[in-house]
Design a protein around this ligand. Structure first.
Ligand code: TZD
Ligand code: CA
Length: 521
């Protein structure tokens, strides 16, 4: 007899899924019983960490990742992670165990009440199958929906007595289904857009994270070279879609209307592939675009296409970029001065420069050090696709577990997690998972003793007399050791160089707590 459980695992195999990130409870045990030997279960100690790991893993593999949470409480703990995954277009299937069908009506302990409403609006679809026999259909729909444009998280609540039921023979058809999206421009539309770019006297390209997700970075380079157009990265960037060493690269746009229209001034056409237009943060009112500029947005997401300005095309960002790429030329970019050695505590810029010098050229950075984002985008040489990840909704608690997920997805590249001493606390339990599965991330904690980005924002909002902006006296070396991760504290160039070089060779996770200056030098 093929059970609902058997068919579900077979479906997962057909979708190339063999890793489950989760934290189990009683409702989930029947799904995990006799866990198949070709699967691995990555245990997270908190559901926020489970979602962060799954998010990093899905983004780095480009495939749907599976997370398994415990009923309502586990889902609640994961909601911040849903916000990041939703905003990153991360394909996730999240399952939560439900009470047994026989008792659900009287709402015993661990009932996920109104389960399909709970994760909304941060999921594309949520479902609790009406019958046990419909669980494989629900899983199949979830797997397809998670990747169809725009990709995103989907949620299934499954009563725990469903798994042992017999699957219906007709549902075996689900195994062979292929569902795909076609999103290229037809020849006429591509020619019209290319002609519009050709007519522009001074075009500029603003790239978003979906270019990196589509692995279309090289197409963006070709297009920029051929158009001789400068390239900016759209504000609040969760990924790096363009080599930061490329002469056409101009940097990360500032996250305010007023600044963006200044930074793009002089351009008559803004081409924005794979970006939300735009993910602003600080409210500095101003024109949405510089005078005389038009905008063309290319996105996989109809909802993002319908936002406030310009023309938009919904389609496959990679295919459209490839089709647009044309003949070449280059612009020049002034070199940046590197930070001087020697200060104590270290200037954050110095830490960034040392990492950039010492780490392998194809290292991957997962960032959750919020006051050093600009410096990072100015200084780091990211040349390979998939080199940078940041929580797409700005929800802290992403970085530490996402680094573990990305490293599991990319065992041949070094993952470096740069985490602030505030941010490190939200999903710190991911350190234990890194130790337990020997995931060799190098965690660098920038210890400046404060919520630096909030101090900066307090200045912007003229609200500087605010309580609770400092986080002194947290010993990350002790915390890391408690979770089984080797850790050292450094406060000088040489100590950082020694610790970082050692960590890169360790073959297991390690943490470096660096005393950094605030305000940044
Ligand atoms: N809670 C969650 C889940 N997400 C958030 N983004 C915040 C709170 C608010 N927040 C920020 O947006 S940045 C920040 C907070 C608390 C400070 C982070 O401090 P840090 O880094 O020490 O990690 P810096 O470099 O000192 O800013
Ligand atoms: Ca800090």
């Amino acid at each position: 007899m093929t059970t609902v459980r058997d068919l579900t695992y077979d479906l997962l195999r057909r979708h190339d899924i063999s890793t489950v990130f989760g934290n189990p409870g009683s409702n989930e045990l029947p799904f995990l019983e006799d866990f198949p030997s070709d699967f691995r279960y990555i245990l997270a100690l908190h559901e926020g960490a489970a979602i962060g790991m799954a998010d990093g893993y899905a983004q780095a593999t480009g495939r749907t990742a599976l997370a398994n949470l415990h009923s309502a409480a586990g889902t609640g703990n994961a909601m911040g992670g849903f916000a990041n995954a939703w905003n990153a277009h991360t394909p996730l299937v999240v399952t939560a165990g439900q009470q047994t069908r026989a008792m659900m009506g009287i709402e015993p302990l661990l009932t996920n009440i109104d389960a399909t409403t709970l994760p909304k609006p941060l999921v594309k679809w949520s479902c609790e199958p009406t019958r046990a026999e419909d669980a494989p259909l629900a899983m199949s729909r979830a797997l397809h929906l998670s990747t169809l444009p725009a990709p995103g998280p989907v949620y299934l609540s499954i009563p725990y007595d469903d798994w042992d039921k017999a699957a219906e023979p007709e549902s075996l058809r689900l195994l062979d289904r292929k569902v795909s999206a076609a999103g290229a421009l037809d020849a006429g539309a591509a020619a019209a857009l290319a002609a519009r770019l050709d007519r522009s006297a001074n075009p500029v390209i603003v790239l978003g994270p979906d270019v990196d997700a589509a692995r279309a970075n090289a197409h963006a380079v070709r297009l920029a070279e051929r158009l001789r157009a400068p390239v900016w990265v759209a504000p609040s960037a969760p990924r790096c879609p363009f080599p930061t060493t490329h002469p056409n690269f101009r940097g990360l746009l500032t996250a305010s209307m007023a600044d963006i229209s200044l930074q793009l001034e002089g351009h008559d056409l803004v081409l924005a592939p794979g970006a939300l237009v735009f993910r602003y943060h600080q409210y500095e009112p101003g024109p949405l675009l510089p005078p005389g500029a038009e905008l063309v947005h290319i996105t996989c997401d109809p909802d993002e296409a319908a936002r406030p300005m310009g023309d938009a095309i919904v389609g496959d960002v990679g295919l459209i970029l490839a089709a647009l790429a044309d003949t070449v030329a280059e612009a020049a970019r002034p070199a940046l001065a590197r930070a001087a050695p020697g200060s104590k505590p270290l200037a954050p810029e110095r830490v960034l420069d040392l990492m950039d010098e010492l780490a392998p050229r194809d290292a991957i950075y997962v960032n959750e050090s919020t006051s050093t984002i600009e410096a990072m985008w100015e200084r780091m040489r990211w040349e390979h696709p998939g080199s940078y990840y940041f929580g797409a909704a700005g929800g802290l608690g992403f970085g530490t577990p996402a680094a573990v997920g990305v490293q599991l997805a990319e065992p041949d590249r070094q993952v470096i997690a740069l985490i602030g001493d505030g941010s490190a606390n939200y999903s710190v339990t991911a350190l234990w998972t890194a130790a337990r599965h020997k995931v060799p991330v190098v965690f660098v904690i920038m210890r400046n003793g404060t919520y630096g980005a909030l101090r900066w924002f307090a200045g912007v909002l003229k609200a500087e007399e605010v309580p609770a902006l400092d986080v002194p006296d947290i010993d990350f070396v002790a915390i890391a050791k408690g979770y089984g991760v080797d850790a050292v504290r450094v406060d000088s160039d040489n100590a950082f160089i020694a610790a970082f070089t050692g960590a890169l060779k360790a073959g297991k996770p390690s943490l470096i707590e660096v005393a950094t200056a605030w305000p940044a030098a």
